[in-house]
Design a binder for this molecule. Sequence first.
Ligand code: 3PG
Ligand code: MN
Ligand code: MN
Length: 585
Amino acid sequence: MTDTATHTLGVKQHGQGHPDHLQEDVALLKSHKLKPHPTIPRATKPILICVLDGWGESEYHDKFNAIHAAETPAMDELRASAPGRWRLIKAHGTAVGLPSDADMGNSEVGHNALGAGQIVDQGAKCVDRSLETGEVWSGEGWRAIQDSARAGTLHLIGLLSDGGVHSRYDQLQLLMEGAVRQGVRRIRLHALSDGRDVGENTAVKWVTKAQGDIDRWNSEHGIDIRIASGGGRMHVTMDRYESDWAVVKAGYYAHVLGEAPNTYTSAIDAVTDLKRNNEVSDQWVDPWVVVDDGGKPVGAVQDGDAVVTFNFRADRMVEISKALEYEEFDHFDRKRWPKIKFAGIMQYDGELKLPSIYLVPPPLIERASEQYLVGSGVRIFACSESQKIGHVTFFWNGNRSGYLDKNLEEFVEIKSDQGISFDKKPEMKAAKIAERVKEAILSGKYDVIRCNFPNSDMVGHTGKLKATVISCAAADRGVKVLLDAVEEVGGSFLVTADHGNAEEMVKRNKDGSPKYTDGEPEVLTSHTLNPVPIAIGGPGLPKNIRFREDLPGAGLTNVTATYINMLGFEAPDFYEPSLITTDKP
Ligand SMILES: O=C(O)[C@H](O)COP(=O)(O)O
Ligand SMILES: [Mn+2]
Ligand SMILES: [Mn+2]
C-alpha cells in the first residue's frame, strides 16, 4: 500500500449508495450556481484553505500553551505582517450550533460550519430535543426495533462521559429510563471510556456513576440492566475514517461476541484494574468483558436482540455501524453476525443511509458550499491524513461521504500511523500532507485546495506537553511549505483552525494560574472554548481586500462566504456574512 491512496469513504464504490439521494444531489447541483461578485474579480489562480486542527488562541502565554511555546514562524508572520488580514473568530458554543456557550468546539461542528456557512443545530441538540419531547419513542426508528428490544435484550453501545462531543451521560440516562418505561426489561450497556473530551482519569468515576444508577433502576423496577463490556475509545470501537479496523474488531469482539483478553465479574473492577493506578489514560484502556461466575459473558449480543449506538457524532460510529449492519463485510472476521435490529441514535452518514434505522433524525445540512462550488464549475482538491480526511470531505460537505462530482473533486488521503498514541510521532504526516498539497497547488489543476493538519489536535489530546510543542512546530512547517507554493503560483490563501486544543495543556484556576495537584500540573487533554485565528493573503488576493471591522462576534460559519468571495463569487444570501470587504477603511 502506498502512503497516498484516493479516499474511499464513499460507498458508491461498494455499490451501496442510495440512488434517490444521488439524484436529488444532481438536481440540486444544477440550481446551485453562484453569481459573480460585484467588486471582486474571479480568481484565476488557486486558493488554499488550510485548517490547523485544534489550534486556538489563549490569553495565557506560558509554557502550558504549546502553540506559544513552539517555533511557529509561519503563523507568527501571518499575524504580524498584515493587520487587516488576520483576526480571531469564535469556534465554540451557540456560534457553531452547539447547545450552549459552555460547549467547547469540535471537529464535526467546526468543519460542518466551515463547509456549510450556516449555523445548524448539531446532533447533540437534536437528541436533547427528541428526548425532551419524547419524540424519540414515537418515531419510526424506535418502532422498528421496539419488539426486539422488549422480547430480547437492548444493547447500548457508546462513549460514557459528559464530554458532549460524541455523547453525553444525561442523554444515556434518559434513554435507559425511557426504554424501561417502554417496557424493556433487559439492557446491556457497552461502555467506552473517554479521557479525550474529559479528564484523562475519569473512567472509574463514570462507570461507578452508571453502576449506581443501574442498581437503583434494577431494584426500583425489578429489571435486569448490566454493564457488559467496554474499553478505551482509542483501542476499542471508536476508530474513524478506516484509520485502523483493528480498533473496531476489538470492540465488535467485546460487545457482540463477549470476547476480550480481559474478563472481570464487574465493570468497576475491570476499569479500576486496567487503569493500573492511572498509569493508563482512559482512552487507552484495553478491551474488557464482564462474565458471570461460570466465566460466561453477561452481555454478548444474540439473535433477536436490539442494539442502539448512542453516540450522536458520526465519524467514530460509522465503522462499528457497518460491522453491525452490513451483511457483506470483509474488514475483519466477525465470526458470528447475529440477526439483530440495529439503530443509531442518529443516522451517521446521509449518503450511505447508515444506519438505515435511527432514533433521531440527523441535523439537516443542505446547501453546503461544495454544492455551490461544484455547481459553478470550481475544481476542488481536499487532503489530510487518515485521522482527519473525513473532516475536509465528509464533515465539510454536510456529513456526506463520497464525491458530488467526480470530474471536479479529488480527495486524497495520506495514511496515518496505526496503533500508536500520537505523542510517539508528533510530526504525524504533516510533511507528507504538505508535499502532496504543494503538488496540487503547483499542478494548476484545481481552483480550491483545502487541507487539514491534525497535529495540534491529535497530539494535544494525549496531554503530553513536549510532544504537543513538537507537533505544533511540525504543522507550522507544513503551513510554510504551502504558503511558499501559493506565492510561487501567484495564488491566495485562507488559514484558520476548527477549535482550540494545544494552546491549553493544563487546567487553570480562576485567575489563570495553572492548577497543580501533588506538585504536578493537572493535564488538559480536551478541546477548549477559545477563539481561533484566521489569516488571508497571497499575491492573488486583490490588494483592496481586508477584514471588515463590524463583525466582532463572527465565527467559523462566516469563513464560508469569505472563501466564496475570494473566488470572485457572491455568497448565497442565507449564509453568515463574509468577513471581507473591498471598501476603503
Ligand atoms: O474524536 C476525537 O478525537 C475527539 O473527541 C474530538 O476531536 P476532534 O473533534 O478534533 O476530532
Ligand atoms: Mn478538530
Ligand atoms: Mn480533537
